[in-house]
Design a protein. Sequence first.
Length: 561
Amino acid sequence: MTTSNGFDLKHRSRALTTGPERAPARAFLKGIGYDDDALGKPLVAVANTWIETMPCNFHLRALAAKVKEGIREAGGTPMELNTIAISDGITMGTAGMRASLASREVIADSVELVCDAHLFDAVIAISGCDKTIPGTVMALCRLNVPSVMLYGGSILPGRYHGQQVTIQEVFEAVGAHAAGRITDRELTELEEVASPGAGACGGQFTANTMAMAFEVLGISPLGFSMVPATNPRKAEVAADAGRLVMDVLKRGQRPSDIITRNALENAIAAIACSGGSTNGVLHLLAVAKEIGVELSIDDFDRISERTPLLCDLKPGGQYVASDLYEAGGVPLVLGRLKRAGLLHSDAQTVTGKTVGEHADEAVESEGQKVVRPLDDPIKPTGGLAILRGNLAPDGCVVKLAGHERRKHVGPARVFESEEDAMAAVTAGSIDRGDVVVIRNEGPAGGPGMREMLAVTAALVGEGLGEEVALITDGRFSGATRGLMAGHVAPESIRGGPIGLVRDGEEITLDVDRRRLDVALSDEEMATRAQQYREPERPTAGVALAKYARLVSSASEGAVTR
């Protein structure tokens, strides 16, 4: 079981299955169907995130079966394990959303624990939603055994009045309904068609952003992720992924060989080029932390500033993930980045080819309009910016794709929670020019750093998307659009200045100067900081209370240690 390069294919599981003293372990495994032949082969974990609470991961059991077929065909013994998942879209706007970001750590912890305890020789993780994607990759970094991550794929778009729609349109319709711009019947009609089957949300929201980022990073096989969830080819891709993880094992290739500083910079460029989710900042910072590579939020600003926005994808654009697949997929994006001189082409991938070789293999569909040519970008710079100032000493993240404003000055409308802000929006009490401030929603303060899509989408639905700004120590969904600054750090309950702002005080959000400031003197801020008292928050529950004590700042990826 040793390859020509001297790598022992049972480099871990031999200690679990071999020798007279391992008879009890073998007895247990034989009782559930594993014979001596199976136990003599490399043991491969199939870390599945299947769950019946959301469309994103609903179909992953079938994919796992295909993955296991591929592993067996390639000479391995697969063993499937499962972990949790939380739907951001379903829990959005409720207290349940606090569990979302915390679930990323639980996913990483649980996969790490099972795979370490059972001494698997290799791991293939199957993910499908916003937090299972980075959560599984974080676990692969910790384990650092031969690994692959397979994304379950995007949902197909719905059709409403002859137009493609996603869940984004439903969230925005809630605001339109509150403003009396659409009827109950129209809202219900949209609700019925917007999410037509299994798969993750269709725009370049967080799931598809991270799926693209991890293909470019090299830990997911190039060309696999953008195959839609319900496309018949997805089953073939899953079997191929099972065979691939055995090839990765035979090569002895580990995540630390792949996830390097250059690979992370490639992934950031892909997010910037595609107008991807601000959550990509959190998740790539977390992955860098797990693999031991230095990365800061300022790297995102530097790379985004030199990267053109080329992908015309929702929420800021017109198209969805299935359109990108038909256009040429992630390899097409890589080709653009390489020709622009923005790709570290020699970065390794799990396929055995470099990312540059995959870029050269890209096939562009004739007449496609999803990915613009380099000489005709949507914008000359990418979709992210990092701002600092007296409201965000440790930084905050602004998404630039999908709107033209780069500066807003207005009076603060301060809310102590997402619910308070949503009530004001739906009551029509937000005025044009306001800066909506939502605090106490950071990683520790929420706890859980909820996404504010319900609020931001309602503002768009009411026609205020280009008339107001919003800042928060919470997060934004990948479906958010408009001038919004999230991840404001430090967060309010960790001493952040966002906790000191009062209604009516002038706030300036200036992208060109990379500043987020409130019109207060340093002396006044210091006085208020001495007088600050942490507000009462809802009871968090045991799991979230532990998370709140352990979690780091959003500027460091909101990881737990």
